[in-house]
Design a protein around this ligand. Structure first.
Ligand SMILES: Nc1ncnc2c1ncn2[C@@H]1O[C@H](COP(=O)(O)OP(=O)(O)OP(=O)(O)O)[C@@H](O)[C@H]1O
Ligand SMILES: [Mg+2]
Length: 468
């Protein structure tokens, strides 16, 4: 079935089939028309010949019949009976009795008279004519003409017509196949070349000779391929440049993230070392003032206590700033403990929401870059949940399957309508995407109104050390 359908789709087949069909129909009509004309010409000629012969015999026979000279009349008729189409001649007297009967194909009884040779069904065209003399009926002439010679002639003409038509059909088929093949062969070359261009080969070119319609199409095709090739090349170069710019930007972002982290780390250390030391010294001094105050002067003691309480408040503020800048637990106890610490503190700050965590696989040897990336992403996501989600439950999963790190953060909060243009383009999510792309990872999120927010991240572990 498929093969037949394919055949019908072939231009070559359709061309040949339609030309041959038209040819067969037209030639059949022509042959049929010719046969009809030949038939009517022959029958009309026979009718005219028969009519004039019987008229002549009727005119001549009258005189012989008056003289009852049947012998001479028979002589006269025996010359006529030799006429090749004539089957019989019968002369009857006025009582309809046969007086002369000539010819081999004479009928047994009186034959039925035919109006026209075309309406004959027994192979003999029978006619009759009264023999009149001076207004008196003397008798009747009956003649029969055989149609076999006429039928032979018609048959031969028909055969000749059919033979000529067949030769013409065969010649047409040969010429059509020849033209069809040469045309479709060139079209096939064009279609093959188009397929190659589609597959990305822009070096193809098709022959443009002879310069007929197909040749012109081929020339236009070659020009088109050259133009497409030029533009593709241009696009590729531009894409390469864009990709290079993108890579440079990523490196820049990565570098600035690292600098930022380094700066935070440095600041945290400075705060710890300098301010921490100073506050401790202030607190020690305030305690000494109390101790050294003569007779424990109440005003001095109160002032020293105030210094102690303010300095301890400063210490708390500085401590929490230090934690935000750089969680020391990350350096001391690793990613998992730092995350647990962060989640615990977050749960404390947001009692209406419960955040649970799930860790799986080896997570203690991921390296500084992955550790800080995961930590900062969790921080940003928890901040987002507190800011936008109105959630009751939050789940954070970190899994190492030895090929990738899978991080997911999901909540059951209000979610977001992603159809609202621009709403999901905050700096937080863009920052997450940049951090993940710098590590050759994948980041995506799913959300819908009242259906929570789910972030999924996959970071490959076999990434090459990222260029700085
Ligand atoms: N957990 C969440 N639930 C519901 N909507 C969220 C959630 N997280 C993010 N969104 C939506 O996504 C938007 C983009 O978040 P993103 O963190 O990029 O920006 P932001 O939090 O609005 O601002 P920024 O982080 O720059 O301070 C948010 O404005 C908020 O509409
Ligand atoms: Mg945010």
């Amino acid at each position: 079935m498929d093969k037949i359908l394919k055949l019908f789709h072939s231009l070559r087949f359709r061309l040949i089939a339609s030309v041959v069909t038209i040819e067969v129909v037209m030639l059949s009509l022509l042959v049929w028309n010719n046969i009809a004309i030949i038939h009517s010409t022959h029958t009309d000629r026979l009718r005219d010949t028969a009519t004039s012969m019987i008229q002549q015999i009727a005119n001549t026979a009258g005189n012989y019949m008056v003289a009852v000279d049947y012998a001479t009349l028979e002589d006269y008729l025996s010359n006529i009976i030799n006429y090749k189409e004539l089957a019989y001649i019968i002369i009857t007297d006025r009582d309809d009795k046969t007086v002369i009967a000539l010819g081999t194909d004479r009928p047994q009884a009186r034959p039925a008279i035919d109006a026209h040779p075309a309406q004959v069904d027994d192979g003999i065209f029978d006619i009759s004519q009264d023999i009149n003399l001076a207004g008196q009926k003397m008798g009747r002439v009956l003649m029969g003409f055989s149609l076999s010679l006429m039928d032979d002639a018609i048959h031969k003409s028909r055969n000749r017509g059919i033979t000529i038509a067949l030769i013409e059909i065969i010649l047409t088929i040969i010429v059509t196949i020849f033209i069809g093949l040469s045309l479709t062969r060139r079209l096939a070359i064009l279609s093959k070349a188009a397929a190659e261009v589609e597959a990305g080969n822009y070096t193809v070119s098709v022959p443009t000779e002879p310069k007929d319609e197909v040749g012109k199409t081929a020339a236009a095709f070659n020009n088109m391929v050259t133009e497409v090739s030029r533009r593709t090349q241009q696009l590729l170069q531009e894409e390469e440049k864009t990709q290079q710019l993108l890579n440079e930007n990523r490196q820049l972002i990565q570098k600035s993230l690292e600098v930022q982290e380094e700066e935070r780390k440095h600041l945290a250390r400075e705060l710890h070392d300098e301010l921490g030391q100073c506050i401790t010294a202030i607190q020690a001094d305030a305690t000494s003032i109390t101790d050294l105050s003569p007779q424990c002067d109440k005003r001095v003691v109160a002032s020293a206590q105030a210094i102690l309480s303010v300095s301890s408040h400063i210490y708390d503020v500085v401590h929490s700033m230090m934690h935000l800048l750089r969680p020391s637990v990350m350096d001391n106890l690793g990613l998992v403990e730092a995350l647990k610490d962060e989640i615990k503190a977050w749960n404390k700050r947001h009692p209406k929401t419960v955040c649970v965590h799930y860790f799986e696989g080896e997570l203690s040897e991921l390296g500084e870059r992955i550790n800080i990336t995961i930590y900062r992403i969790v921080q940003e996501c928890l901040t987002n949940i507190a800011k936008h989600a109105n959630a009751e439950h939050v789940k954070i999963k970190v899994i190492n399957d030895n090929k990738k790190i899978h991080l997911s953060i999901s909540d059951d909060g209000d979610g977001m309508d992603t159809g609202v243009t621009g709403k999901h383009l905050g700096l937080g999510l863009i920052g997450i995407r940049e951090r993940i792309q710098a590590l050759h990872g994948v980041f995506y999120y799913e959300t819908a109104v009242n259906d929570g927010f789910r972030i999924s991240i996959h970071i490959p572990l076999d990434i090459p050390e990222i260029d700085t």
